[in-house]
Design a binder for this molecule. Structure first.
Ligand SMILES: *Cc1c(COP(=O)(O)O)cnc(C)c1O
Length: 513
């Protein structure tokens, strides 16, 4: 019935082809339904191609296909377009939803959020001002309030959706910098630019924190040198004794601590810095306290493990990445502050967009709190998700992930051919394959394994370094990944490892002859 409707529309289109049929407009409803139907079908094909997470294609194989594309020649139907996109993209796209994808912090996504995307892009609200979004602004604000409640913030708190953890961390450091300057130096950076003292501003962060802290410090004109990296303890959590030593040392050298950044879920290990202790130290030294919970924010969803985040409510600002741990499509992130007044540090009133009298009239303009202007209505995805599934169900997924990761840790620990480096608070395991009596370079072997796995695409894992040594990494974010999936992946790892041994033994023998 639906198909024949579409065919009928196509036929009508053919007869009455209008030069503006591509414009999203009620007269083009049939074109809209036709196009979206076709694309949904192509996505279904991607979903059903579920043999392995990646085709293993290389850039040198794929790139030549692009050489023949000429933008002057357009397609006259979606089937032709989608066939091309399949060759260039979907048949090779990495499938984050595949249970054997356990490489980076990419979660599988929930269907209510995917459905919301259809509406987000079609209606295309921009959430910078009330006059471009209306209810969209209130949906975003309600979700921000909800997130603040989960953190344990008071009614004074506020926040904003952002493009990602990197941008949220930038906002945290931006507010820390400007807050210090205005309160301690009576210097308004927004207006005056950096004060002379800025070259002595210091930000304290664990050596395992995300690289965006350094990048953002550079962007903020403080330079990478402003970031003081604190060594972690044996559990890869910030060592607070060393933090205090570093604060004292920097102050003694005439430098100015402006912020401490705690990580709730490090990218490599999924470990959580001692948030409560750091909160105490930040209070004692009167610094801003930012928590990067890009990964760990998923713990807000679970009653069983929520206590791991205790202390998060003490932070001046928090980064959450819904697209990492809330099963949301990219992009969807949040930046939350303990006190909404902190946002005054960055508000700019533009006459054409958000004039001051809007504030007086009570018109909510989210742009007052954002470093973006035009901004996607990403919040709708989380709205669909929470309204269809609720916090508890999402939290159940996160519980499963944490518990599967713990079982995998046991598995790796009980296999003498593996060396597991961490106990994860969440779901990231760093390890290497190291069979007994191995006389070859263990780093080179694990690098070989990672590369071979990527080239074959049957299972994808990540890699990282500890003390210049290479390790493999599992990042579990898929509640569908089972122990039996992992047992298969372990077999694949061993197969490639043994392959490496054979290849290198042969060449060693060859050299000897
Ligand atoms: C991924 C990550 C970020 C960066 O977030 P994006 O959304 O990729 O910008 C920041 N901090 C941590 C701990 C992360 O894992």
């Amino acid at each position: 019935m639906f198909t024949s409707d579409l065919e009928k529309h196509e036929f009508v289109d053919f007869l009455t082809e209008s030069p503006t049929k591509e414009i999203f407009h009620h007269e083009n409803e049939a074109e809209y339904l036709h196009a979206v139907g076709k694309v949904t079908h192509a996505v279904k094909k991607f979903l059903n191609n579920n043999q392995q997470p990646f085709s293993g294609v290389s850039p040198s194989k794929l790139k030549p296909l692009f050489d023949s594309i000429e933008f002057e020649k357009t397609h006259d139907n979606y089937d032709a377009l989608l066939k091309e996109v399949e060759q260039l993209y979907t048949s090779h796209a990495v499938a984050f939803h595949h249970p054997a994808y356990i490489a980076h912090l990419n979660c599988p996504i929930v269907i209510p959020a995917v459905a919301a995307e259809v509406m987000i892009s079609a209606i295309n609200s921009s959430i910078d001002t009330w006059d471009q979004s209306a209810g969209g602004t209130l949906i975003e604000q309600k979700l921000i309030e909800w997130t603040c409640d989960q953190i344990g913030y008071s009614k004074k708190a506020d926040g904003i959706f952002t493009s990602g953890g990197t941008q949220s961390n930038l906002m945290g450091l931006l507010l820390a910098r400007d807050h210090y300057s205005i309160t301690a130096l009576n210097h308004n950076i927004k207006v005056e630019g950096l004060p002379q003292e800025a070259s002595r501003f210091r930000i304290f962060v664990s050596e395992k924190a995300h690289f965006s802290i350094q990048k953002n410090a550079s962007l903020l004109g403080l330079g990478e040198k402003s970031v003081i990296k604190i060594k972690t303890d044996r559990g890869f959590r910030m060592n607070t004794v060393l933090l205090e030593d570093a604060l004292k040392r920097e102050i003694a050298q005439g430098n100015i601590p402006i912020a401490i950044v705690g990580t709730a879920g490090t990218t490599d290990f999924g470990n959580i810095d001692p948030l409560k202790e750091i909160a105490g130290i930040s209070k004692k030294y009167n610094t801003w306290f930012h928590i990067d919970a890009a990964y760990g924010c998923g713990l807000l969803l679970t009653d069983r493990y929520r206590s791991l985040l205790n202390g998060i409510e003490c932070a001046h600002s928090v980064t959450v990445d819904y697209h990492k741990s809330f099963f949301q499509p990219v992009s969807s992130s949040g930046f939350l502050v303990q006190d909404k007044n902190f946002f005054n540090l960055i508000t700019h009133h533009a006459d054409y967009l958000n004039p001051k009298d809007h504030d007086e009239d009570g018109l909510p303009n989210q742009v007052n709190k954002s470093i973006q202007t035009t901004r996607r209505f990403d919040a709708l995805k989380l709205w669909f998700t929470l309204r269809m599934m609720g916090r508890k169900k999402l939290g159940g997924y996160f519980d499963t992930i944490i518990e599967t990761a713990a079982k995998i840790a046991d598995l790796l620990n009980s296999d003498l051919d593996f060396e597991l480096m961490n106990e994860s608070d969440i779901s990231a395991l760093v390890f290497r394959y190291r069979p007994k009596n191995l006389r070859l370079d263990v780093c080179a072997m694990n690098q070989y394994i990672k590369k071979a796995m990527f080239n074959q695409g049957k299972a994808l894992v990540a890699g990282t370094k500890i003390n210049q040594q290479f390790y493999l990494k599992f990042t579990l974010l898929n509640p569908l990944t089972t122990i039996s999936d992992i047992e298969n992946i372990i077999k694949i790892i061993k197969k490639h490892g043994n392959e490496y041994v054979r290849l290198n033994q042969v060449s060693a023998d060859f050299r000897r002859n």
